[in-house]
Ligand binder design. Structure first.
Ligand code: MG
Length: 399
């Protein structure tokens, strides 16, 4: 059977919250873009003859850059998608129609880089019988329906409920005609191809997808994906080394009623003065991580002279440092933050700070330490003129 894969990479995906607004499929995790990780699985599958990617019309340069190292002649030149996912798939199907003889197609989201060969095998097995199939996961959680005030109105039986994933596999002519007919009937709100098929009365079989085959949507998803990709890459061929960096910073008090510290807004009789939100804890952590990977400091990447960082939440800076680690295939091992001040008291906020930092860094809480000290009334911190902070970060980086 002549089977093609259609990879949908036309979304803007800026919900991932990245500072340079790069769509998530073009963000690097573990030394490769999300799109490359996704393409690997399809380009190397023995039963897939052709791979077609649909990109956003503005992203041809990003695509070229992301795929320059792929030396596979079964990857067709990219085509531009449309305004919706449905329109993009239809554009891809039209392009594939130019390649003669395609009998089956697997349609897959570029933002699902953890798709694996066994999942492709399962959908292809159904496709070979001339039927449509989608990868999906049976729901394991108990489902509750909430009312307008978020009180439970009922428990929904989970029997027979599945979470749809991709790839979704179809006999080529059937799905092409279903999309064509949907356009003719001005039906443009289908969120996946199985829904188009369902509307066109094409039976679709559910097959087990991998539990890891999740879609990357948020910045947290992206960090988790990078961590997972690094651990799946615990490949003896990749040697890693331990890197350590430190950071130090001071911010002065000014009039105000709260401070931002280690990602938390804490009521106080003063505020910290700074160009951003002046979160001295996040600034030193950013510098410690950048120090560990030898990639400048917070001021190199976010110059205070640049008005776009005015009043910025400092977690943007820290997340950017985390992204730089992920891009190089690295992993943050632990961080240790010390806040130096007489006031506010840190103790009551310590656990909340650890949780918040673990969330921003995409690591477990046991890898996050927050400590506090005073300077016994000595110096500028002793005179309550400001807050100082220092941090150490360790990172495992491929050599
Ligand atoms: Mg600072």
């Amino acid at each position: 059977m002549n089977i093609a894969a259609l990879i949908v990479a036309a979304g803007r995906g800026t919900r991932a919250g990245l500072t340079d607004n790069r769509p998530k499929q073009y963000v690097k995790i573990a030394n490769q873009t999300v799109l490359e990780h996704t393409l690997d699985c399809f380009l190397n599958h023995p039963e897939i003859k052709t791979v077609q990617v649909v990109v956003h019309a503005d992203d041809f340069d990003l695509y070229r850059e992301a795929t320059q190292n792929i030396k596979k002649n079964n990857l067709l030149p990219p085509v531009a998608g449309g305004a919706t996912r449905q329109a993009s798939v239809y554009a891809g199907l039209r392009a594939l129609r130019e390649t003669n003889g395609i009998q089956g197609v697997l349609i897959h989201d570029a933002a699902r880089p953890f798709v694996d060969e066994p999942t492709l095998d399962r959908v292809i097995k159904v496709l070979r019988l001339g039927k449509a199939a989608i990868a999906a996961e049976q729901l394991a959680d108990t489902l509750k329906r909430g009312d307008a005030d978020n009180f439970i109105s009922e428990t929904v039986p989970r029997n027979g409920l599945w979470r749809a994933q991709t790839p979704q596999a179809f006999p080529f002519d059937e799905i092409y005609q279903a999309h064509e007919k949907a356009v003719e009937h001005a039906k443009t709100d289908f969120t996946d191809d199985a829904a188009v098929a369902e509307w066109a009365k094409i039976p679709v079989q559910l097959v087990a997808g991998g539990h890891d085959n999740q879609k990357i949507t948020t910045a947290e998803d992206l960090q988790r994906a990078a961590q997972r990709m690094s651990t799946t890459m615990t490949n003896p061929d990749i040697q890693r080394e331990l890197r350590v960096g430190n950071g130090f910073d001071v911010h002065r008090f000014e009039d105000g009623d709260h401070v931002w510290l280690a990602g938390l807004k804490i009521p106080h009789t003063r505020a910290l003065k700074g160009h951003s939100d002046a979160d001295v804890g996040l600034h030193v952590l950013t510098d410690a991580i950048l120090g560990a990977i030898g990639d400048g400091d917070i001021g190199t990447h976010f110059p205070p002279s640049d008005p776009q960082w005015l009043g910025m939440a400092s977690e943007v800076f820290l997340k950017d440092a985390v992204r730089r680690v992920s891009e190089r295939g690295g992993q943050i091992t632990n961080i240790d933050l010390t806040l130096i001040c007489e006031e506010p008291k840190i103790g009551p906020h310590r656990e909340a700070m650890r949780s918040r930092l673990a969330e921003i860094l995409g690591i477990s809480v046991d890898r996050v330490s927050v400590k506090a000290t005073t300077t016994e009334g000595l110096g500028f911190t002793g005179r309550k003129e400001g807050i100082a902070a220092m941090a150490t970060a360790s990172v495992m980086l491929p050599i």
